[in-house]
Design a protein. Structure first.
Length: 395
């Protein structure tokens, strides 16, 4: 393959609770490979590469370095690629002696790598590019799951269970819990793990994959409140009406660096709807970025896979000199185990990976047992459980 050269590691988009574990895997494996002269870190991702801000990475810590905490140790960014940026990246790589590049990120990062690979081929640049799928949204196609999702799912399931216990003991009649997830409902669906019995919250889970029916929603909230005395609804921030219009986005919505509208506020919308139509007091809860960066509820499965994919990314790049995304492939349905496979980079034309129909049971849009079987291994240890209020009757 290639002779001695430098390797660069970068992250794009929102970091996850396991981003630094993946980085540690890269660091530790790069130290063991003779073909690597130096490991360089892109400070704030693509922006750092374009500026040539690529210091050598040397982390003198044995074992896991969760001491670095959440976020991205090297920094991340959201950046809309401009004309000429791809050629500039290749020029920076040439000047810095970089022949291997590892990028962690979501579908935007993978799409960028697909284009960069094309520019490298066009300019006959010797470059091995490896993409590591990492996003709490879990919406990248062709992989069983994305790094970061298991930890965020564990956070949401635990939080909904605890909020549900609180709501049951001193109930606002209706609580609406809003999760991240602009286009897909993987995170909202994960809260179903909070439920131990049919009467436990979440009582309703609303996904972008299921168009919102206002009247059916009100009917179900009214019915559940009549039977239980309180209702906990989980809703994805990207919930949509039948015509695919987001319920939380107005004409004046803030936008990100790519011009995408910033979602949020669907919880408030549903609370107003419940209060105005049913006359029930309602409050909304929105943890926001806590779900992405919470280290105290991290999934050990997620953490271990992140470290492993960091190691394997170096091996694929340096030993094989190939380019592509490292996809996780579940080996069987009985005992959880995933192997890795290098596949072509997904791009925007491949679309967003939605929660499939067989994970959604019935017309009411509830979550199926198949989804629970898919999710449980990803969150690591089971979520904590507490003694029931019913064990301590009053009087």
């Amino acid at each position: 393959m290639y002779g001695h050269a430098n390797i660069v590691v970068a992250i794009g988009g929102g970091p996850t609770a396991v981003a630094n574990d993946c980085l540690l895997g890269v660091v530790e494996e790069a130290r063991q490979v003779d073909k690597v002269d130096n490991l360089l870190g892109a400070v704030h991702g693509i922006k750092g590469i374009l500026k040539g801000d690529l210091p050598e990475v040397s982390v003198g810590i044995d074992g896991r370095f969760s001491g670095f905490g959440p976020g991205a140790f090297l920094g991340s960014c959201r950046y809309s690629m401009q004309n000429g940026d791809y050629y500039k990246i290749l020029e920076v790589f040439r000047m810095k002696g970089i022949r291997y590049a590892i990028f962690m990120g979501g579908e935007g990062t993978m799409s960028m790598l697909s284009k960069l690979k094309g520019y490298a081929r066009k300019t006959r640049t010797d470059l091995a590019l490896i993409g590591v799928p990492m996003t709490v949204d879990n919406d990248i196609t062709a992989t069983d799951h994305c790094l970061g999702y298991g930890s965020a799912a564990r956070f949401y399931a635990t939080s909904v269970m605890e909020v549900g216990i609180d709501a049951k003991s001193l109930p606002p009649p209706v609580t609406v819990f809003e999760t991240m997830g602009r286009d897909s409902g993987w995170l909202a669906a994960s809260t179903i793990l909070a439920r131990e019995t049919e009467e436990d919250p979440p009582h309703l889970v609303l996904l972008p994959e299921c168009p919102f029916d206002k009247e059916l929603f009100l009917e179900r909230v009214h019915s559940i409140h009549r039977d239980l005395g309180y209702v906990l609804v989980v809703v994805s921030e990207g919930l949509k009406e039948p015509k695919a219009r987001s319920l939380s986005m107005g004409e004046d919505a803030n936008r990100d660096e790519f011009g995408h509208p910033l979602y949020g506020g669907v919880g408030r919308y549903l609370c107003h709807l419940v209060s105005s139509r049913l006359g029930l007091r309602a409050r909304d809860e929105k943890p926001g970025l806590l779900a992405r960066c919470c280290m105290s509820l991290i999934s050990r499965t997620d953490q271990n896979e992140a470290h492993r994919l960091g190691e394997e990314a170096v091996r694929y790049a340096v030993q094989r000199g190939t380019s592509g995304m490292l996809a996780l492939k579940r080996k069987n349905q009985n005992i959880y185990a995933c192997e890795t496979e290098l596949i072509p980079f997904p791009n925007k034309g491949d679309g967003t990976r939605l929660v499939p129909d067989h994970f959604i049971s019935g017309e009411k849009g509830q979550i199926s047992k198949d989804f629970l079987d898919y999710l449980k291994p990803l969150i690591g240890d089971p979520i904590p459980r507490y003694r029931s209020l019913e064990e301590f009757p009053a009087g």
